[in-house]
Design a protein around this ligand. Structure first.
Ligand SMILES: [Zn+2]
Length: 351
């Protein structure tokens, strides 16, 4: 990997340093309003009650909105919030009991179902990356007890097993898709991705072929980030703004390239539940590895972000609808902040 002047390689940059530099540099580059609204065009209201997906044919109420109706929200304005971002891979009974890697990436359908039941029963309200971005922009509140359910890689059981369970609860979730794997053996099909996107599963990018991005030449790095984004956008007909680093591997070069490619957030495999706008290219997650008890699962969710009663004189808070932003406009916004971001990154990395 060619080294940029004054820039340490990934191996020299510890996770803590990365977080610190990213927080600093992104805060400098994007003090406010840096997030584009393009990915939120389908979120048409500021109300915390989830809106039904058009054409989903599902009822407009369900287990996922129980707490919303009780009127508790996390009001806008907090610079950082505790929101567990759960990380799943396979939802299956691991076919190879001696395959430790496969085992650690597999949550059984029964456990996944029990975990979703537990979340619903305890008033958790799944949101997606658009909701978290909008919150940190000050645009809308979050529901009380928010949680993000992410599923990586786009294995076939995302559609055959996880999706029906999520749908039963009317839960939102985020599926990070490796575009080069779509329609492959054991992975989701293009039609399945399109269907899930229309039914509360936000589709994020997970690169073209799941390489270690820190080991790529600049042009290949750009291709992995850009082509997967463009491919998903062509498939789904709307912007795709959320990325997940393959295997969670990231260094300053990859982080910057992810911003330049036009993404608005990126998740890692680092552990943590607190997120802010300034560290949104390094959002940590909570690994659900499979085999944990419900008590362990519950404990892994971290501290609960305090909520407040929403209703004021009987009127629910309703924010203005987020206007749909054409993709070109989004690109312009992205390009316009390229220069200051680079300056900030270089400045931060100087010893
Ligand atoms: Zn992955």
């Amino acid at each position: 990997m060619p080294r940029m002047k004054g820039r340490p390689t990934g191996g020299q940059v510890g996770a803590a340093v990365l977080v610190a530099l990213a927080s600093y540099s992104l805060a400098q580059a994007l003090p406010s309003g840096g997030l584009s609204a393009a990915g939120t065009q389908r979120s048409t209201t500021g109300r915390i009650v989830p809106t039904p997906s058009p054409g989903s044919g599902l009822p407009t109420v369900g287990p996922g909105i129980t707490l919303a109706q009780s009127g508790r929200i996390i009001p806008p304005g907090r610079p950082a919030v505790h929101v567990p971002i759960l990380m799943y891979h396979y939802i299956r009974v691991n076919p190879e009991p001696h395959d430790r890697l496969g085992f650690n990436l597999s949550v059984t359908p029964a456990d996944f179902s029990a975990q979703m039941n537990w979340l619903a029963g305890h008033g958790f309200q799944p949101i997606d990356m658009r909701d978290l971005r909008d919150y940190l922009l000050g645009k809308r509140p979050l529901p009380a007890k928010p949680v993000v359910i992410t599923l990586d890689d786009g294995y076939r059981d995302l559609y055959t097993t996880a999706y029906p369970i999520l749908k039963e609860h009317r839960f939102k979730a985020v599926a990070y898709i490796v575009t080069g794997f779509v329609d492959g053996p054991g992975t989701v099909t293009r039609q399945q991705v399109i269907e899930m996107d229309a039914n509360r599963i936000e589709i994020g990018s997970h690169s073209v072929s799941h390489p270690d991005l820190t080991k790529l030449a600049p042009e290949e790095l750009r291709r992995q980030l850009q082509d997967s984004k463009v491919g998903l956008e062509a498939m789904l007909k709307h912007p795709v703004l959320d990325f997940c680093y393959p295997a969670g591997v990231v260094n300053p070069t990859v982080l910057q390239a992810t911003q330049v490619a036009g993404y608005e957030t990126a998740t890692t495999t680092a552990a943590g539940t607190q997120h802010s706008a300034s560290d949104r290219f390094l959002w940590a997650r909570v690994r659900v590895g499979g085999g944990e008890s419900l008590e362990q699962f519950a404990a892994s969710l971290g501290p609960e972000e305090p909520s407040e009663l929403e209703a004021v004189s009987g009127q629910p808070r309703v924010l203005e609808p987020t206007p749909a932003v054409p993709q070109q406009a989004n690109r312009r916004l992205t390009l316009s902040r390229r220069a200051p971001t680079q300056v900030a990154l270089q400045g931060t990395l100087s010893p």
